[in-house]
Design a protein around this ligand. Structure first.
Ligand SMILES: NC(=O)C1=CN([C@@H]2O[C@H](COP(=O)(O)OP(=O)(O)OC[C@H]3O[C@@H](n4cnc5c(N)ncnc54)[C@H](OP(=O)(O)O)[C@@H]3O)[C@@H](O)[C@H]2O)[C@@H](O)CC1
Ligand SMILES: [K+]
Length: 485
């Protein structure tokens, strides 16, 4: 658990102060971890450029530079601005004593090194960068080499994932003490590269409580007794598939079967199909708003739902039910424009899961998608609070938030899943896991994880993210569920 913990920034700062009071030199440890990282990858005559900023992120980089010089590497140090923190000034002095002469700027024909170590700014970046700093970062980004960011890529807010206009685009990030969520989402997803944690052997007693974790939910709650039958694995009723969007409901239904739901009813507002020839196990029916609901353990509403009158009637009906419920797509859009139904949702006695993408979250919060992406965690928390439910905020670094539980940050998945119908698959997966008895937070987390793993696996096998269809994703999800049992 420790290695997956996510601490808030104030908690991290308190730890820093406490460690200093106790005489733990975390900067030296960060420098050693950096030097070890380099030694494991680069031969000792490699040329390395270490870019150090004025604060303690720069101090980490300077001490690492010293260790690498001592290990025989050819090290250039770029220090665009004088060191201001006490520890980085001490590091600079040690470098000078060892014969190192920092450069204030790089010549325009500076030869490309094998590695850039980015120690310009870490968690202390507190305001917009000047044009001079932006020019430095642009020059560093243009170097065609490995780029290791210390703690976080400089120019990135490691908590919100917002990048300043100039931001280091790292191939790798070695982050210290704990993971930071902004490395995984928004601009962080494209700037942090491969992320590794250096925990710095901080004593257990100093560690703050986690406010969240990287999502590592396994499938053990789905283990089956040999003496079981389809009725043991839950019945799901999925409603959607309006005219022109029938496929969305089918995709969700097929995914639910692939994720192990015992029986799946698919009620479509289109009604023109009575069987899915490619998946005859699904029980299809016209979603007449006047019909009684089939007996079910879980409801899901949204894939291909549309926003017409019958769609609204169904939203009202499912909100009034006492069954666990997943709401996606147009169910969320309808909810966004109806204060009464929002009120009903907040008072539901059973658990509800909302699975918005940033634009749907923005409609529910009456703000812009950019606002949601500007602080994803805060947006997901607001939704969970307001509607007293579980929220799965989709997008790179999906977040799973339930009031009163540590949030989970999903680290699997990537652009292979940015394709039509993948949201419908995710809805089907979550609903199937609920139907098999998992609680809302765990079901959402497991579904997000296996969906992401399916996307990663495809990308690796195909050599790139293009071409994974939603239809082809469900079987990969089954395989991952079985592996994680
Ligand atoms: N947490 C821990 O326990 C550990 C932390 N460690 C390391 O310390 C790092 C945090 O160090 P930090 O607090 O000194 O912040 P950092 O990122 O170096 O930046 C601050 C400097 O930048 C300046 N500055 C800010 N914005 C600016 C701007 N836009 N443009 C220009 N200047 C700007 C700011 O100036 P000021 O605001 O004071 O004027 C100050 O000089 C952390 O990321 C990790 O690497 C490790 O040693 C292990 C233990
Ligand atoms: K950095």
């Amino acid at each position: 658990m420790r290695e997956n913990a996510l601490w808030s920034l104030p908690a991290l700062r308190r730890l820093e102060t406490e460690a200093e009071l106790q005489g733990l030199d975390l900067m030296q440890r960060a420098a050693r971890a950096t030097a070890d990282w380099v030694r494991q990858r680069l031969h000792s005559d490699a040329r390395i450029l270490v870019a150090a900023g004025p604060g303690n992120n720069g101090g980490d980089a300077l001490y690492a530079a010293l260790l690498l010089m001592q290990a025989g590497y050819s090290v250039d140090i770029l220090l665009p601005q004088a060191a201001t923190s006490r520890q980085s000034q001490a590091a600079l002095q040690a470098i000078r004593q060892a014969g190192g002469i920092p450069l204030q700027q790089l010549a325009s024909d500076y030869p490309t090194p094998e590695l850039l170590i980015d120690g310009l700014f870490g968690i202390g970046l507190s305001r917009p960068l000047s044009a001079d700093w932006a020019a430095v970062m642009t020059q560093l980004n243009a170097l065609d080499c490995l780029k290791l960011a210390l703690d976080c890529p400089s120019g990135l807010d490691p908590y919100t994932g917002q990048a300043q206009q100039a931001c280091i685009r790292a191939s790798h990030t070695l982050t210290f003490l704990c993971h930071k969520p902004g490395l995984y989402y928004a601009a962080g997803a494209d700037h942090a590269g491969q992320i590794e944690l250096a925990g710095l052997d901080c004593p257990q007693a100093l560690l703050p409580p986690a406010e969240g974790y990287l999502n590592r939910q396994d499938a053990s709650p789905l283990q089956r007794r040999r003496d079981s039958h389809k009725g043991s694995h839950g019945t799901l009723c999925l409603i959607g598939g309006n005219r022109g969007m029938l496929g969305a409901a089918l995709l969700a239904g097929r995914a639910a079967l692939a994720a192990g739901a015992g029986k799946v009813h698919v009620l479509t507002l289109d009604g023109s199909l009575t069987v899915d020839p490619l998946c005859p196990e699904l029980m299809l029916q016209y979603a007449d708003p006047a019909m009684p609901l089939p007996a079910a353990d879980v409801l899901a509403l949204g894939p291909g739902l549309g926003q017409d009158k019958p769609a609204r009637q169904w939203l009202k009906r499912v909100l009034a039910s006492t069954l666990p419920l997943v709401l996606d797509a147009d169910a969320l859009n309808l909810l966004a424009s109806n204060a009464d139904l929002q009120h009903t949702l907040a008072r539901r006695p059973a658990s509800t899961i909302l699975t918005p993408h940033p634009a749907e979250a923005a409609r529910l919060l009456a703000c812009s998608s950019a606002d949601v992406q500007g602080d994803r965690l805060s947006a997901a928390r607001q939704l969970a609070e307001r509607f007293q439910c579980t929220v799965l905020l989709k997008g790179a670094g999906s977040l799973i938030v339930t009031v009163g539980q540590p949030y989970l940050l999903n680290t699997s998945g990537g652009p292979a899943l940015a394709a039509a119908g993948q949201g419908d698959v995710l809805t089907g997966l979550i609903a199937a896991l609920l139907a098999q008895g998992m609680e809302a937070h765990a079901a959402s987390s497991l579904a997000a994880r296996v969906h992401g793993l399916a996307g990663d696996e495809y990308q690796q096998q195909a050599g790139g993210p293009i071409g994974l269809t939603a239809s082809a994703t469900s079987q990969r999800c089954s395989a991952w569920l079985n592996r994680l049992l």
